[in-house]
Write a protein that binds this ligand. Structure first.
Ligand SMILES: *[C@@H]1O[C@H](CO)[C@@H](O)[C@H](O)[C@H]1NC(C)=O
Ligand SMILES: *[C@@H]1O[C@H](CO)[C@@H](O)[C@H](O)[C@H]1NC(C)=O
Length: 437
């Protein structure tokens, strides 16, 4: 369109048409760039009003996904294009937030090589992920450390303290109580939150592309089943994040199990072991510096040999219980930041996974329709083709199975009908949601 107008309005240039096209091309490229940039700067911070997320004065429900691998893949040139491919594909499905790792402690492609020492090449990879997300209109939920050993995790921090001769204990739970290790982690948090993006020039703490921060993926502190140790760590670390960054929302990263402080809720746990892990959904999420609650959904890892239909029923019960907590106890939004269905199951079939997804989406949708506290769900996990080595027993390439793809995009469209859709999503939603009806 723009090109035709340009040419028509510049009849004078016809004699030197070759040059004219070159000029036109350059002019237009800059024109486009300007438009994109001004649209990008319009992206605003996500806030909250009670149990709901708000963006640009409107309620914001999230159809999201996990791709933990974005930073790792952005380090090497050969794999870097996967980042754009994934974010673009997510945007095309009308997804709005991607949860991904903003840590890699001491492992291959480590961001933090040793306490307080960073690999600039990997930081640039994270810069790229954030800049690319912004271009695609996707926000990021960034996780700051892992409870598990993948990509370093709390065990790596403990080993560092041990190696430097300042660790109090070699138990990996000393991550939570050792004062030196707490300082390591705070230094890490500060470095990430105040990082100035080498591509956009924006400090992470000032960048609305970041939906929010997650303190730790799936924290457990089994050495203190009372929950006091983890609670103390969460209070200190969430206050610390807020002392540096008041603009972003903050969550914990819990699996969602109920602990000894919620005796009435213990029957909702999958089994007795779940109350002995040192985590406690309501008590932990109540902390005033935590803005929203989060929980995960892994029925086939939590139960063995349970009937599929019974599992689905349990999923609804688990979700409804947490949503009710958000409304009555916490007065905060609740997000299901991971839900996955294992391909290792006996009798696995993708249609079963679809039914599991649909169960999760339906509970989310029903909550949204009633202005409930259910604020979003994130599939674990999406990959692009050719990434088998990054797969676990949950990964899917969503466009490889049309039935799954349809389920995801239908959920996008019905949420959009409630909330109107984000400004930067308008065009893609029209395309995605009008064709069908
Ligand atoms: C916040 O939520 C309350 C209660 O639902 C509502 O009355 C109020 O209008 C909301 N405020 C904004 C700014 O949307
Ligand atoms: C904690 O350390 C023990 C060994 O000391 C190890 O077996 C276990 O996997 C570790 N757990 C985590 C979550 O890193």
């Amino acid at each position: 369109m723009q090109r035709e107008r340009m040419m028509a309005g510049n009849g004078l240039f016809y004699p030197i048409i070759g040059f004219a096209s070159v000029f036109a091309f350059i002019y237009m490229s800059f024109g486009d760039l300007k438009i994109n940039l001004s649209e990008e700067t319009k992206m605003s911070f996500v806030g909250r009003n009670g149990t709901q997320f708000m963006v640009d004065g409107k309620v914001f429900y999230i159809n999201g996904w996990n791709s933990y691998w974005l930073m790792d893949q952005a380090v090497d040139e050969y794999s870097k294009p996967r980042v754009r491919a994934m974010l673009q594909a997510g945007a095309k499905m009308g997804l709005t937030v991607c949860r991904t790792w903003a840590f890699n402690d001491g492992a291959y492609h480590a961001l933090q090589i040793s306490p307080g020492r960073f690999d600039e090449r990997v930081f640039k990879a994270l810069d790229h992920v954030i800049a690319e997300a912004r271009k695609q209109g996707i926000r990021l939920l960034l996780t700051l450390v892992n409870n598990l050993q993948a990509y370093g995790g709390k065990t790596q921090y403990v080993n560092w303290a041990w190696q430097e001769g300042i660790g109090l204990s070699s138990s990996n739970d000393s991550f939570f109580f050792d004062p030196s290790i707490r300082i390591y982690f705070k230094n890490y948090v500060k470095a990430v939150l105040t990082r100035k993006n080498s591509i956009t020039g924006i400090e992470y703490r000032n960048d609305p592309t970041i939906f929010g921060w997650e303190l730790i993926n799936e924290p457990r502190c089994m050495s203190d089943a009372s929950g006091d140790t983890l609670q103390d760590w969460l209070e200190e670390m969430s206050a610390y994040v807020k002392s540096i960054d008041k603009k972003h929302l903050l969550t914990i990263g819990l699996e969602g199990f109920y602990g000894p402080n919620s005796p009435k809720r213990l029957t909702v746990n999958p089994a007795e072991w779940a109350a002995t892990l040192g985590a406690d959904f309501i008590r932990n999420s109540k902390i005033s510096t935590i803005d929203f609650a989060s929980a995960h959904i892994y029925p086939d890892h939590w139960f063995h040999g349970q009937e599929f239909e019974a599992e689905l029923k349990y999923v609804s019960k688990w979700m409804l219980s947490h949503i009710e907590d958000g409304e009555k106890e916490l007065k905060k939004p609740v997000m299901f930041t991971e839900f996955g269905f294992s391909t290792d199951n006996k009798n696995f079939h993708p249609s079963k996974r679809d039914r599991f997804f649909k169960t999760v989406f339906d509970v989310m949708y029903q909550s949204a329709r009633k202005n409930g506290a259910g604020a979003g769900s994130f599939v674990w996990q999406f990959l692009v083709g050719g990434m088998e080595e990054y797969n676990d027993d949950f990964g899917i390439v969503p466009w490889e199975r049309p039935a799954t793809y349809r389920l995801i995009t239908e959920h996008t469209c019905r949420l959009a009908r409630i909330q109107g859709g984000l400004a930067q999503q308008k065009a893609s939603l029209k395309d995605l949601c009008s064709r069908r009806r």
